[in-house]
Design a protein around this ligand. Structure first.
Ligand SMILES: Nc1ncnc2c1ncn2[C@@H]1O[C@H](COP(=O)(O)OP(=O)(O)OP(=O)(O)O)[C@@H](O)[C@H]1O
Ligand SMILES: [Mg+2]
Length: 266
């Protein structure tokens, strides 16, 4: 008997993220169509599917970068549909980008202090102020930044210009920045794409450590050995819809998934 479920498993015990019927079209192209799924708290949930399946669009919808045509999103039980990205960070969910933009004219430490790309709102750090509260918050942010730089073993990059980072270093900085606000759920869009195998192992190790401490993840990744090792369950998206959800071994051997990747009938 297969333990892969057609569609997504809903009604989980404690979902940190839930979507209901998310739909997004671009002109005549439906990128996501009636997507409903949940991420159970404490899991590393994988989101896989062929190129163009709608994975990144789904991240853009749940993180407030795109407005859905239909459907809703909730984080920790709070409806965040149509909220701004920084408001969604405030509810406890942070995302990274498939192609991160290098912060211009900033050191890595400064990039840490402005927080995750596109999700920090207007004024995260007022630069000149006499308010002791703000000064205390600045000090706390600085401490957190140093802690994250140490944790992800990039403290030696702190004063380096962010524009000079390699692709792999940038992925580590992205993870560290995303962790600045201590989110309940981290969304990672292809964390090891274009990363050398040694660094990919290192990233997998960091994700496993965070997970062991209770961190929840939703991870998009094409590297099958990486995602199959880390994630359970895995949700498969195909042509804008959830095809199946299940544990990695069952998903890997499911004919519908194999067909989707080969471009055959789902
Ligand atoms: N802003 C946009 N404008 C027009 N079309 C878009 C836009 N964003 C995504 N699409 C289209 O929506 C579909 C889904 O794209 P999406 O980037 O979500 O796929 P994906 O599953 O992340 O693919 P990949 O694995 O290649 O990253 C594609 O056909 C894409 O061209
Ligand atoms: Mg994508």
């Amino acid at each position: 008997m297969s333990n892969v479920t057609q569609g997504a498993v809903l009604g989980k015990d404690d979902p940190v993220l839930r979507t209901d019927g998310l739909k997004k079209s671009f002109g005549g192209l439906t990128a996501t169509d009636d997507v409903s799924f949940e991420v159970e708290r404490g899991t590393i949930t994988g989101l896989i599917g062929p190129n163009g399946a709608g994975k990144s669009t789904l991240f853009n919808l749940v993180s407030g970068f795109y407005e859905p045509d239909e459907g809703s999103v909730s984080v920790n039980g709070t409806d965040v549909t149509d909220h701004e990205p920084h408001e969604i960070v405030g509810e406890g969910m942070v995302r990274t980008f498939q192609t991160p933009r290098k912060p211009e004219g900033m050191s890595v430490r400064e990039a840490m202090l402005v927080g995750p790309q596109g999700q920090t709102g207007e004024s995260i750090l007022p630069l000149f102020t006499s308010s002791s509260t703000v000064r205390r918050e600045e000090r706390q942010s600085l401490e957190r930044a140093e802690e994250m730089l140490e944790r992800f073993e990039i403290a030696d990059l702190a004063t380096q210009s962010a524009t000079d980072l390699s692709g792999g270093q940038m992925k580590l900085v992205e993870l560290a920045r995303a962790m600045m606000s201590d989110p309940d759920l981290l969304l990672l869009d292809e964390p090891v794409a274009g990363v050398n195998p040694v660094l990919a192992q290192k990233l997998a190790g960091f994700i496993e450590e965070l997970h062991a401490e209770g961190q929840s993840f939703l991870i998009i990744e094409h590297d099958m050995s990486f995602i199959m090792r880390l994630a359970d369950p895995i949700i498969v998206l195909n042509q804008g819809s959830v095809l199946v959800e299940g544990p990695p071994d069952a998903v890997r051997s499911d004919d519908r998934v194999v067909d989707a990747y080969l471009g055959g009938p789902a």
